[in-house]
Write a protein that binds this ligand. Structure first.
Ligand code: PAF
Length: 279
């Protein structure tokens, strides 16, 4: 059963009738990456709350808030198809029409995870991770999930949320989920639809580069750094960096798990990707 709720009052009432729940927060325009989160949630909980909310607080003034695709009807269809494969499941889709449903008027609350939120992606998009942490905290407050599922494609976002939950001692398990890729290797993202077929083809460079970095890390770290510096001569890379997968520190000399995080600009579209490497 899938139930669509658009008001917070209704959401609060609904939530009272459910005990243990999984939660998948999204901004909609669903693709297989989101569906993999829902599938995992439904394999662990009979009841799953699924939010679809394009959060204005995480977009900068020159970003794509207005043109971000809103495809609720299609999203609900996809959710229904998925839920249909899990007998006796219940999915509550919370899709508030007005941001005031999520952020009450005169709401001044901002959640900020210091350090992580202003590093790398946060440096390029000032305020972005505060917007993310604030909306996720607010959704957690409303939905009170036992487990929340996040895609690891947005690796720094995942770390920010994990840190927020730890700092505020929220009783919520954060489950990171592997990146889902198109057949040729491009990480799935709602932003891929902005790409022309030629740009899409050219974007395969990102996953290929990450694979190459992975191979090099396993053999020789110094050579990897040289390879990365050479690669970065292409000015379309916003960054391509090795970080400790737990702490996100750039000092990886002792790291057992490394995350290689990358953003490549294809025209006006920023494509995020990463790869996890153990050694
Ligand atoms: O990853 C996303 O889709 C968004 O950043 C999130 C976590 C739903 C918050 O708006």
């Amino acid at each position: 059963m899938v139930k669509l709720i658009t008001s917070t009052t209704e959401l609060r009432t609904e939530r009272q009738s459910d005990s243990k729940i999984g939660f998948v927060p999204t901004m909609g325009n669903l693709h297989q990456g989101h569906i993999s989160l829902l599938e995992r949630a439904l394999s662990e909980y009979q009841t799953v709350y699924f939010s679809i909310f394009v959060n204005p607080k995480q977009f900068g003034p020159n970003e794509d808030f207005n043109r971000y695709p809103r495809t609720l009807e299609n999203d609900v269809k996809l959710i229904e198809e998925t839920a249909g494969r899990f007998p006796n499941s219940k999915v509550v889709v919370y899709s508030p029409k007005d941001p005031k449903e999520v952020f009450p008027e005169n709401d001044n609350q901002t959640i900020s995870v210091h350090g992580l939120s202003t590093d790398l992606e946060g440096k390029i998009r000032p305020g972005h991770f505060d917007g993310v942490a604030t909306v996720v905290y607010r959704l957690f407050e409303l939905i009170k999930p036992d487990t929340a599922y996040f895609g690891l494609k947005d690796y720094q976002q995942y770390l920010v949320i994990r840190q927020m939950v730890k700092d505020l001692a929220l009783p919520i398990k954060i489950q990171g989920m592997p990146i889902i890729r198109e057949l040729a290797g491009l990480a799935m993202s709602s932003r891929n639809q902005y790409l022309s077929p030629e740009q899409k083809q050219a974007s395969l460079l990102i996953s290929r580069t990450l694979k190459e970095v992975e191979k090099k890390i396993k053999s020789n770290l110094a050579e990897t750094k040289t390879y990365i510096n050479e690669t970065l001569k292409d000015p379309n890379w916003d960054y391509l960096e090795m970080r400790d997968a737990e702490t996100f520190s750039p000092d990886i000399s002792q790291s057992k798990n490394i995350t290689v995080v990358a953003v490549y600009r294809m025209g006006t579209t920023r494509l995020l990707d990463n790869i996890q490497v153990s050694r």
